[in-house]
Design a protein around this ligand. Sequence first.
Ligand code: ADQ
Length: 463
Amino acid sequence: MGRLIVISNRVGPTNSSGPSVGGLAMALGAALREYNGVWFGWSGQTVDAFSGQLAVQREGGATIATVDLEPQDRDEYYNGYANRTLWPLFHYRIDLSAYERSFNEGYARVNARFAQTVLPLLQPDDFIWVHDYHLIPLARELRRRGVKNRIGFFLHIPWPARRLFATLPFHRELVEAVFDYDLVGFQTEDSLSAFEDYVEKEEGGEVRPGAVHAYGRTLRTGVFPIGLDAKSFAEAATGETACGWRDRMKVSLAGRRMIIGVDRLDYSKGLEERFLAYEEYLQNTPEALEQVFLLQIATPSRDEVPAYQEIRARLDAVSGRINGAFATADWVPIRYVNRAYRRDELAGIYGAAAIGLVTPLRDGMNLVAKEYVAAQTPDDPGVLILSKFAGAAEQMGEALIVNPFSREEVSDAIAAGLAMGRSERIRRWESLMDGVQTHDVSAWRDAFVDALRTTPRPELAKV
Ligand code: ADQ
């Protein structure tokens, strides 16, 4: 059986009991522990001149290989094309998308550098699984270097609607590069249809069941919704640290009900809209004053990108204003915390919250929604309020599904969630929990790897 080679912008940590750093790291850690995997990516470090020197180490059953990039690579590829061009565009924020020639060049250069560096690690029967928007042209660069292996690509973020995507200069080249993969996977049906729509209407391609044909090639497609490492999360949720935090939060609640939000500090997560909807709830519900609070944990990310500095400043201002308007001597309506918590700590905090408020404006999946469900106490679970624009909404219909742009809808859902009786909470939670457990990260990984393994490669078929 061939090895699994995972390639993503950043690697690790693969140890799921470590601090909680992001959905991708947790998901792949679980994948690599089961396969004899190699995970290759950027070390996160920069050096003055790119050398292509690999740093290789064994970690928890997997081989981890990293390479350093140059400061210009970080600025043009990572902070530039990935996070200032593609990320906002794919999250429907073309107003924030920056198009600069140097970003394009940096993106192309780093994808070529990744291909060149990983080449000596590859063996003929390896399966290569490339992750996310940072590395869309990687298969093209590998093919140029003679790589014949099966290569799959999984997009963790949404694929935007056709007309939005067509605002990207060189959009055609980017999609054509996708066709150098053998398989492309999306989080949702919504993203897959947006991709198919582009290929069909902009490029005159043909959509077939489970595949698209264009540029003289056929590309297998599929929907693979990512899940939690549910078993290890459930263990974390019943462990000593989580129980300690649940108790600590219950003391801190002092009889009040807690609403929890946990997000990377990112404009796509809809935090400002969430604060404003919660303000609306407080205005509409005077009896809730001093009886409820919102704990928003928002870990700063990508703080070298100006839009992230701006959203951070706005959130400081909006939370400060709401607290100034409503707080009393012994109550603040919003506890706004800018630090990261470990996943076992988070599990305890989620477990003490009556409502999980997950209202991104656009999100590939959103694993926080699943973590909130997995951390609830079965005989007295809380209520999940979930944005219809999170990928998770396709699977989590028993949540209270809301339009995050509508303050009224979110405010009404908070009121409904806090008023919901125990039997309805249990009924909804059981169905949600069943989904979280069934569609976990192993199911996601197996489905993708099986699809990749069984995707025919014309070059291989001839041998
Ligand atoms: P992210 O945008 O990072 O991932 P998400 O799925 O919400 O989004 O995962 C965040 C992870 O980071 C969760 O496991 C959460 O617990 C953790 N996290 C967030 N804030 C934290 C905090 N303050 N402290 C500690 N941990 C925190 C991208 C896509 C998503 C997709 C994932 C996986 O944007 O849509 O679900 O990849 O594919």
